[in-house]
Design a protein around this ligand. Structure first.
Ligand code: FAD
Ligand code: NAD
Length: 466
């Protein structure tokens, strides 16, 4: 039987990064993955394929709607070739997952294909083409998550679909009904909106992206409505039924009136659930919470001291970069180091266009905690860079402590916000004040000038360009 210092179960961004860091720290490491490709949800059916389709559909929309404004005339009709678009997406996925194979070999990590199942706290049975057993001094559970649904919905994977199917449709829907106005619903909704579908979002809460700062929800709602999305907030879905090639969704609106929607596809994007099927954690004595997550302490250690858990299968934001940080954290903990993660500084991004990005506390959270804060906000449309590219929507908002001026939260919506948020993370990691950021030179013309201007506005209301 092969014996390891560390076995990692699951090869998503949490698992494969944990395995690399363990190997870097000199530990004999194995990784177990039930699918034939490594990379987990993120690389196979999550972050990477969704961004590939967002990019392709963005190019198409630019060609159809914006090239003319830039003085580019295209003779003839511009058409979507969905089959080719989906094939390009798949080749991006294949290259990326192939990259993980390379990284495993480079770091001498043994890869096992099959379902990893605990026999006890130090032995794992792997059921793949053949059944194998390995011994591990330490195990890291990184089994991730799966789409969740509502009890009355039958996901038939043809017309009533999750994100996984939405990434490989064979036709552009005529009318896509999206249940859940969160990250997946809006990103994939925008892909198909750009490709020509009518898109109706049905959201239970009173605003889309309800966990983000309400200013971002409001601005994104406004922009999506301009893009001709239909957005129904405060709607409680009651039933989803397939009738032939149609899907009928019934919901109660705020007034309690029944609303009926008919579409040809319905994307169910109401969140994801932790995944532990087949893992048999009980055999090792690992506890599961009421929400189905693996229970962990502040060191990401489970109820069994040599077994750790990270990523979507534990509490916290379901984000690839959060899973990666936790992978490194656990590897370093096992190696006897004292790592640290500041969960307040894990940024969140929605890759719609304009992009939405945030880090730190929202206004709602600061109000709840009774923290006295000041706000500096700057509109993207006031930037020369925004006018040059005709990306005028959005703003940057900086929340700073009223007395110390320390930055407590940064919330932005606009072109390239996903990349710009890194500056806010660095500033907050070093506990910068709004004035610190306002005194740093930002290249002109760039979208990042909005960060400097918002910092000036927060410092003492002295933005320069409004
Ligand atoms: P996963 O990536 O889910 O990996 C878990 C792996 O474990 C899987 O490969 C699974 O097959 C394997 N596994 C499970 N049980 C076993 C077992 N018993 N034995 C062997 N293997 C097992 N996050 C972002 O930060 N940015 C984004 O842009 C983004 N976009 C997304 C888009 C979509 C459409 C979706 C669905 C998700 C997106 N996410 C994004 C979320 C991100 O994918 C997850 O947060 C991330 O993948 C979690 O990583 P993980 O390692 O915890 O688990
Ligand atoms: P989400 O939590 O972002 O959004 C789910 C939405 O569905 C919420 O707005 C919620 O209020 C709504 N909802 C819940 N129940 C409902 C009901 N009965 N009727 C109508 N609406 C309902 O979840 P998601 O969009 O499914 O994404 C799952 C996870 O994947 C998220 O945790 C997210 O962090 C991650 N993800 C991240 C990215 C990114 O980082 N860009 C992209 C995609 C997915």
């Amino acid at each position: 039987m092969n014996s390891y210092d560390v076995a990692v179960i699951g090869s998503g961004p949490g698992g494969y990064v944990a395995a690399i860091r363990c190997a870097q720290l000199g530990m004999k490491t194995a990784i177990i993955e039930k699918y034939s490709t490594l990379g987990g949800t993120c690389l196979n059916v999550g972050c990477i394929p969704s961004k590939a389709l967002l990019d392709s559909s963005h190019h198409y929309e630019d060609a159809v709607k914006h090239f003319e404004d830039h003085g580019i005339d295209i003779p003839g009709e511009i058409k979507v070739n969905l089959e080719k678009m989906v094939a390009r997406k798949q080749s991006v996925v294949d290259q990326t997952t192939g990259g993980i194979d390379f990284l495993m070999k480079k770091n001498n990590i043994d890869v096992y294909q099959g379902v990893g199942s605990f026999k006890d706290a130090t032995h794992i049975v792997i059921s793949g083409e053949k059944e194998e057993e390995i011994e591990a001094k330490n195990t890291i559970i990184a089994t991730g998550s799966k789409p969740s649904s509502l009890p009355f919905i039958n996901i038939d994977k043809e017309r009533v679909i999750t994100s996984t199917e939405a990434l490989k449709l064979k036709e552009v829907p005529k009318h896509l009904i999206v249940i859940g106005g969160g990250v997946i619903g809006l990103e994939l909704g925008q892909v198909y909106k750009r490709l020509g579908a009518e898109v109706t979002v049905v959201e239970y809460m009173d605003r889309i992206i309800p966990t983000m700062d309400s200013g971002l929800s409001k601005e994104l709602n406004k922009v999506l409505k301009k893009q001709k999305f239909t957005i129904n907030t405060s709607h409680k879905v009651k039933s989803v039924e397939r009738v032939g090639d149609e899907v009928v969704v019934k919901a109660d609106n705020k007034k309690g009136e029944e609303v009926e929607l008919r579409g040809d596809y319905c994307l169910v994007s109401v969140g994801r659930r932790p995944f532990t099927d087949g893992l048999n954690p009980e055999a090792a004595g690992v506890k599961i919470t009421d929400r189905g997550q693996i229970e962990v302490n502040d060191h990401l250690q489970t109820s069994v001291s040599n077994i750790y858990a990270i990523g979507d299968v534990v509490k916290g934001a379901m984000l690839a970069h959060k899973a990666e940080e936790e992978g490194v954290f656990v590897a370093e903990t096992i190696a006897g180091q004292k790592p640290h993660i500041d969960y307040n500084l894990i940024p969140g991004v929605v890759y719609t266009w304009p992009e939405v990005a945030a880090v730190g506390q929202t206004e709602e959270q600061l109000k709840d905690k009774g923290v006295a804060y000041k706000v500096g906000q700057f509109p993207m449309r006031a930037l020369g860079r925004s006018r040059a590219s005709m990306d005028l929507d959005g703003f940057v908002k900086i929340l700073a402590d009223k007395s110390t001026d320390e930055i407590l939260g940064v919330h932005m919506i606009g072109a390239r916000a996903a990349d710009m948020i890194a500056e806010a993370v660095v500033a907050m990691e070093y506990r910068a004040s709004a004035e610190d950021v306002s005194r740093m030179s930002h290249a002109h013309p760039t979208f990042t000038e909005a960060i400097k201007e918002a910092a000036l506005a927060a410092t003492d209301d002295r933005a320069l360009h409004v």
